[in-house]
Design a protein around this ligand. Structure first.
Ligand code: ADE
Length: 366
């Protein structure tokens, strides 16, 4: 994976890149981290990249031109562009896991009082690392880079990721090392028993106990559903399924590194996956239909149609790349026909609008 970081303060990354696990991951070519100085993209003779805000107010605002130029220079076809800002979506382990599957990231470190709003148009995702304001996006960019890099295959032991805090929305279990007793505090007997089944059970119980105690919000947001022999745990705050389990499912944790790039595998009946896939698709389609309806009924909005056309194309691509394998052929072709019909309607509407604009222009010039 390649991680490009666009910053006004490249030196801030020196220590980060030259110590510990990140250094080893870079040396072993598990990740390529490329620090780019935003000032190199300034056309101004003073290398200025920010200016005062229109309408007044304190601080300096990052200008469009150097950022647009930098992104256009660095970005490749498959690059995901991320802006670090306190206004972004709050970062969590699930997002780290998703981003670790990308091939190429470009992280822009915002600075001072913020950035020109138009920069958002070239950004795929705005991310915040928490509800507090830092002086810049450099530390947040390091947080992202660190949490993503440790998830890349071969960076840390696969087993140590299995029980990470926040995996399945639970905190990690307590761990102990030598000595067996320290200042009167003893290591729990079960950990010295050598009985791995008991140790696993104890650890799971402790995870739940610890999460209830320290982060009850993680537990309270978990809704358990049972469908036949399956149990689903949904995080209602994120509307995400965080755990899927099945009685007597065949589960295993691959041990041999380099052969598998997964931590755990569970064999589940395809019909069940298809049910979950259809439910997710229905939700996505619902919100897309709303957008289509708005475009078809709004005579004033000039750009909505091309945006919705893009969304419809993205939906088709998502279905093909992610959902198709879980859906039966009949359902899939019907879905594609529906999406094409929607695309035709929106494209027609867009043409009508263009013709009206041209007609009005001609009318005016005559
Ligand atoms: N820049 C300043 N504060 C930030 C935050 N909390 N998250 C991401 N970027 C930021």
């Amino acid at each position: 994976m390649k991680i490009n970081i666009l910053t006004l303060f490249p030196n801030m990354f020196d220590g980060f890149l030259t110590e510990s696990i990140i250094k080893r991951a870079v040396d072993n070519k598990k990740v390529d981290i490329n620090i780019k100085n935003l000032r190199d993209y300034s056309k101004n003779k003073h290398k200025q990249v920010d200016d005062t805000p229109y309408g007044g107010g304190a601080g300096m605002v990052l200008m469009c031109e150097p950022v647009f130029d930098a992104v256009e220079d660095i970005k490749k076809k498959n690059t995901k562009v991320i802006m670090m800002t306190p206004q972004g979506k709050q970062y969590d382990q699930k997002m780290a896991e998703k981003l670790s599957k990308e091939k190429d990231l470009l992280i822009i470190c915002g600075h001072y009082e913020g950035f020109d709003e138009r920069i958002s148009s070239i950004v795929d995702e705005e991310i915040s690392i928490g509800d507090y304001v830092l002086t810049g996006g450099e530390i947040p960019a390091m947080v992202l880079t660190d949490s993503i890099t440790r998830l890349l295959p071969g960076v840390i032991e696969e087993e140590s990721k299995d029980n990470d805090s926040f995996t399945d929305n639970l905190l990690d279990y307590p761990t102990y090392t030598k000595p067996r007793e320290y200042r009167g505090m003893k290591v729990p007997d079960v950990l010295l028993s050598g009985d791995h089944k008991k140790i696993d059970e104890w650890r799971k119980e402790e995870q739940i106990k610890k999460t209830k105690e320290k982060r009850p919000d993680l537990i309270n947001n978990r809704k358990r559903k049972t469908i036949g022999k399956y149990s689903l745990i949904e995080d209602t705050s994120k509307k995400q399924i965080v755990n899927l389990n099945m009685d007597n499912a065949y589960k295993f944790s691959p041990k041999k590194k380099g052969v598998f790039d997964v931590n755990k595998v569970m064999i589940v009946e395809p019909t069940f996956i298809s049910k979950v896939a259809k439910k997710n698709l229905q939700k996505k389609l619902g919100s897309l239909l709303n957008q289509v309806q708005i475009v078809l009924n709004d005579e004033t909005d000039d750009e909505g149609a091309s945006y919705v056309l893009g969304e419809l194309d993205r939906m088709k691509a998502l279905i093909i790349s992610l959902y198709a394998k879980y859906l039966d052929q009949e359902y899939l072709s019907l879905l594609m026909i529906k999406l094409d019909a929607l695309k035709n309607e929106v494209a027609l509407k867009e043409m009508e609008k263009i013709e009206t604009v041209n007609y009005n222009k001609k009318g005016r010039s005559r």
